[in-house]
Ligand binder design. Structure first.
Ligand SMILES: NC(=O)c1ccc[n+]([C@@H]2O[C@H](COP(=O)([O-])OP(=O)(O)OC[C@H]3O[C@@H](n4cnc5c(N)ncnc54)[C@H](O)[C@@H]3O)[C@@H](O)[C@H]2O)c1
Ligand SMILES: O=C(O)C[C@H](O)C(=O)O
Length: 339
């Protein structure tokens, strides 16, 4: 629903930020897992986004406090906290974007797949509610293992008759954030100018940064490219080990999640040329889901973009990641259809 905000205080704020011309649509965003390590900073960052008019913060505990806290930030959106399954309906109704960081994080020595037995059930339950209460929302899946939780979500939506492949996104933006940071440090270029696509999935060797396509060009030696690739693939583990049992990436993930949600909102609002990497249903490879650049628009995915030219090293990485990614996708599909 459009309403002119240009003349209101909010509109003046938006105009100053270059977001609004005449009017911006009302947009409701929900964060499911909003009281968590990612959820709380993500809630704050979404509160700061002037494209958001309503912010629903949902969790199974502690959300009233988080919502009260975030609601005092002097920006456009109206914040409401919801706690427990019987409030999911209110949290989800009318949502344009639903961000899901609900679920447990890794501890040292664990793989993301080790989270499957707990998080698969959480994701399945939340997606059933999304299908019921906001079937047309864009879903931003953060919960691990993303390589399996996105296929689970797809199967849940298919069973409900609401699946739209253009509206389901695995959030792999943190891999892109890491690739940019690591590349800029090695290449000694301004990190704000760096672009690096990261394709495949979101676990270990399924994470494939395409440094041959990085800009600004730096002509790094092969050993640097290999080291940057491995560091990007191990970025999550680097944080898990540094946190020594206190969890995994939360602050950088909240930042990455807010970037991707903002891209979804801009796409919905018709902003042109919004392109981000995301794990989506895809025909880029023979696998049913794959992360690559996608162009976002008024109905979610407008175009799933190809991989572009790959170096021999990247081509080899692509082939070596496929068996693991295929197995993770199939594990999610099997779970969704067995339980
Ligand atoms: N995609 C990525 O790049 C990426 C990056 C970092 C973390 N993660 C994943 O994000 C997830 C959350 O990580 P975290 O550090 O915020 O964990 P956390 O334990 O700090 O927070 C998780 C939150 O989920 C809530 N929750 C549990 N069950 C729920 C349910 N049924 N409905 C709603 N909320 C529920 C918990 O109450 C908690 O507040 C983990 O699975 C982690 O692996 C993904
Ligand atoms: O590594 C993790 O378990 C969390 C997340 O997937 C990350 O990449 O930081």
């Amino acid at each position: 629903m459009f309403r002119s905000v240009a003349r209101s205080a909010a509109g003046k704020h938006l105009l100053r930020r270059g977001y609004a011309t005449e009017s911006v649509p009302d947009r409701k965003v929900a964060v499911l897992g909003a009281a968590g390590g990612i959820g709380q900073p993500l809630a704050l960052l979404m509160k700061l986004n002037p494209l958001v008019s309503q912010l629903a913060l949902y969790d199974i505990a502690n959300t009233p406090g988080v919502a009260a806290d975030v609601s005092h930030v002097n920006t456009r959106s109206k914040v409401a906290g919801y706690v427990g399954e019987d409030q999911l309906k209110q949290a989800l109704e009318g949502c344009d974007v639903v961000i899901i960081p609900a679920g447990v994080p890794r501890k040292p020595g664990m793989t993301r797949d080790d989270l499957f037995n707990i998080n698969a059930g959480i994701v399945k339950g939340l997606c059933a509610a999304i299908a019921k209460y906001c079937p047309n929302a864009l879903v931003n899946m953060i919960s691990n293992p993303v390589n399996s939780t996105v296929p689970i979500a797809a199967e849940v939506f298919k069973k409900a008759g609401t699946y739209d492949e253009k509206k389901l996104f695995g959030v792999t933006t943190l891999d892109v954030v890491r690739a940019k940071t690591f590349y800029a440090g090695k290449a000694k270029v301004n990190v704000a100018d760096v672009n690096v696509p990261v394709v495949g999935g979101h676990a270990g060797i399924t994470i494939l940064p395409l440094f041959s396509q990085a800009t600004p060009k730096a002509n790094l030696p092969e050993e640097d490219i290999k080291a940057l690739t491995k560091r990007t693939q191990d970025g999550g583990t680097e944080v898990v080990e540094a946190k020594a049992g206190k969890g995994s990436a939360t602050l950088s993930m909240a930042y990455a999640g807010a970037i991707f949600a903002d891209a979804c909102l801009k796409g919905l609002n018709g902003v042109p040329d919004v392109v981000e990497c995301s794990f989506v249903q895809s025909t880029v490879t023979e696998l049913p889901f794959f992360a690559s650049k996608v162009r976002l628009g008024k109905n979610g995915v407008e175009e799933v973009m190809g991989l572009g030219p790959l170096s021999d090293y990247e081509q080899a990485g692509l082939e070596s990641l496929k068996p693991e990614l295929k197995a993770s996708i199939e594990k999610g599909i099997k779970f969704a259809n067995q339980n």
